[in-house]
Structures are given as C-alpha cells and as structure tokens.
Unconditional design. Structure first.
Length: 383
C-alpha cells in the first residue's frame, strides 16, 4: 500500500460524528482505530539519526545518517456502550501535532471499516441499504454484503461527510471449505505446480508423489484486486466452470479423503452430470461468485437452491458416494468413494457435486462446488 492518502484532496479541520447501531454493540463496543496518512510526499514525517559510534558493530547499513519515515499514524481509543448504539466523533485531521498534515484514511470498529474514499458523495446501488446526502450517510448494512463495486468491502467516506448513522447487521454463517492447498506440504510428499493468478482468482495444481490423482484448486476472489500485474491478467484456466472451487482428476482408485472438509451442522449435497450441466444451474453458480450489493458472495437463496435441486440428478444416478469418516486427530472429515451401483461401475463423464449449508437467518446458504473427473489430468504434472 502506498504511504500517501488515497484521496489527493486536502481535508478540512472538521469532525466526523458517528452513530453505530447493532446487537453486538451492547455490553462494550470494542476498539476504535483511526489511521491517518499524509496527502503529499513532503508531508511524511521523518526523523534523522546520526550514528557516531558503533558503525563497526551495527547490523545492516553502515551509513552515518539514517532516516525513518512515518508513513501512517494510528489513534486508538476504547468505546463503551450499555445499549445497542454507540456514538463518537473522529477528527478528519490527525489530532497529534507531530502529524498535523496527516488526514483520516480509515476508521475501524471491530470488523466494521470505513475506508473507501470518494472525491464527492457517491451514488450507491440500493442493495447496500445506504442513503447518501452531501454531508451524511444513513441506513442499515449487512456486513458481509459490501464486496460489490464501488465499496469493495469498505464503507464510504468523502470530504463533505460530517454525519454517519448506520445500523450494522451481522449474520452467522457456516462457511464451507473442501480443500486447502496450503495444508498439503512438500515434506508430506505433495508436489505443487507454480500457482497461476488470473483476473478472478488463483489456481493451484498438485498431486501426492507419483499418485495419478491430480487436484486442481481454484481460490476465487470475493473482491478482485483493483490492479493486477501484466503477467496476472490471464484468462481463467482452460475447461474451468465458473464457480467450481475444486476439481479432482481421478483415473484410478476407490476412495479419496478430504481432511479439510469438516462441516458444522447439516450440509446438503446435490449432483449434476457436467456434460449436460443445465444452463440455468451454470448461471446460478457463476452468479454466486460475483459481488452484488447487499448479497454475500458464494451463497444462494433457499429458493435458488430448491430451483437447482429440481434440476439435479437423482441420487441413484450418482457415480460416487460422499460419507463422513473418522479423522486421525478426532472428529470426522469427508470421504469420496466410487459408487457400487451401475452408475459408479460405468462412470466415464465428469460429475459435479454442489454442497450447501443450512440456510442462515437471511435465508441464504453458503455453497461450494466440487468437480470429479474419472479421466487422467492432461496438463503438465507438478514437478
């Protein structure tokens, strides 16, 4: 991150009055953290140190004069509240005289962040639940529904803003994770191909030793980086279906284990033949990965889930079975076995399993898509 303020405009000596509402504010609102940054390069506070002694004993640079740059300044204070509302004021310019030319970059209360700066009052999609005027921001937001443009995960600020009155909704969701490439280590025999970054995510290809089973994991960005290097502006992997987070190329063997797949509560699974994957289901899956105002990514509404259930294969037509099995360190993880039914013995086409948690209080399910290929991996193998 650059050391300079994201807004090149000079902020006035004024205060921002904030009132936050939410159930978790009761019995203590937590820590307020305000980050201030300089607007111009010559506003950066520097301190010089003269090293007359000890040049022979110093580690690193042997310069007689060193410079320390303070690229940001943080003010912290504890907030207390006996109700579900907390109020406080924040200066737009740093109150510390030593950082008088630093201006507010970000204010944070717990996991709630205001730090998306605009030169003028922004026009926001109604799905965010926010109402913007020249000097005020009001409304109610869903904390995990802020990923879409133009907010990109952070609430807005602008130079004429003087009043914030926002209610905050937090919904407990049971997230799904099927596979984590970072947990498959070289010292355990795992071999990784160089990870590829593309505009919507990152892809890892790996296998265990000489095992013919190849795992291709896609980490999908809920908020895509605003700028990618030239070598990262690549298209998605060939053959990838938007929304699929894990693919396994499984030409032989009877079972697979996914030790990272540990679920809390009930998890539903529906299955599809990828060769005839319904167009409507593909659209729903791809849509779930896109950031939309007020809607958490990687979720489906319960009605959307039921729509996909109606399009899915009957369980008897599945070529694989999913079952929990005992984990070595206690608990259970997910095991995949080739089905003993005719669908399993004659399995030749890729199969997609879509996992969905129980609906949260907003009637949305967290989902994760897993594709199984009965054929061998045709790309370069991890070295």
């Amino acid at each position: 991150m650059t050391s300079l303020h994201s807004l090149k405009q000079k902020l006035p000596h004024a205060e921002l009055h904030v009132e936050l509402r939410g159930e978790r504010l009761a019995d203590g609102a937590g820590l307020l953290e305000c980050t201030y940054r300089p607007r111009r390069a010559w506003d950066v506070r520097r301190t010089w140190q003269l090293h007359l002694w000890g040049s022979a004993f110093r580690i690193g640079s042997r310069d007689w004069l060193s410079v320390q740059r303070e690229e940001f300044h943080i003010e912290r204070r504890e907030l207390r509240s006996k109700s579900d509302t907390v109020s406080f004021a924040v200066p737009l310019r740093a109150p510390d005289r030593r950082h008088a030319r630093y201006q507010l970059e970000e204010l944070r209360v717990g996991d709630l962040c205001f730090g998306r700066w605009f030169a003028a009052p922004p026009t926001l999609p109604s799905g965010f639940g926010l109402h913007v005027t020249a000097d005020a921001l009001r409304g109610e937001v869903l904390l995990d529904g802020l990923d879409a443009e133009p907010l990109r995960g952070s609430l807005p600020l602008w130079p004429t803003l003087r009043r914030i009155e926002v209610g905050v909704r937090r919904i407990a969701r049971r997230r799904l994770e099927l596979f984590d490439p970072a947990q498959r280590h070289g010292w355990d025999g795992w071999r990784h191909a160089p990870r590829v970054t593309w505009s919507g995510g990152r892809t890892s290809v790996l296998r265990h030793g000489e095992d013919p089973v190849v795992w291709r994991a896609h980490e999908l960005f809920s908020i895509a980086p605003s700028q990618l290097a030239a070598d990262e502006r690549t298209p998605p992997p060939h053959g990838w279906l938007p929304g699929v987070e894990l693919e396994v190329f499984w030409p032989s063997g009877e079972r697979l284990e996914l030790p990272e797949a540990r679920f809390v509560g009930t998890v539903d699974v529906i299955g599809f033949a990828l060769r005839v994957f319904p167009e409507r289901a593909a659209a729903r899956l791809a849509e779930s990965t896109r950031a939309r105002a007020g809607i958490p990514t990687f979720t489906l509404s319960n009605d959307e889930w039921k729509e996909l259930e109606a399009l899915a294969l009957d369980r008897d037509a599945w070529p694989v079975d999913f079952r929990p099995c005992a984990a070595p360190d206690g608990g259970e993880h997910l095991e995949v076995r080739r089905a003993s039914s005719p669908a399993g013995s004659g399995w030749t086409e890729p199969f997609l399993a879509l996992f969905g948690t129980e609906p949260a209080e907003d009637d949305r399910r967290c989902i994760s898509a897993f594709a199984l290929h009965p054929s061998a991996w045709q790309g370069p193998l991890p070295p």
